[in-house]
Ligand binder design. Structure first.
Ligand code: ZN
Length: 59
């Protein structure tokens, strides 16, 4: 299965598409990082792939 992740542009902390999708908008989990990450930050192709296969991404 393809792993879709997004790296915070400020600190490089990696979050999974799963987390982004369930929160939609989330504060970066990185220490002392105030960046806000959005599901929309993923590329359109990645979002489509994730949504098409959403059931398989649920753990
Ligand atoms: Zn960050």
């Amino acid at each position: 299965m393809r792993i879709i992740t997004h790296a915070c542009p400020d600190c490089g902390t990696v979050v999974s598409a799963n987390e982004l999708e369930s929160n939609r908008v989330m504060k970066c989990p990185g220490l002392d990082c105030e960046a806000v990450l959005r599901f929309e930050d993923l590329s359109e192709e990645e979002r489509e792939h994730f949504l098409d296969n959403r059931e398989r991404y649920r753990l």
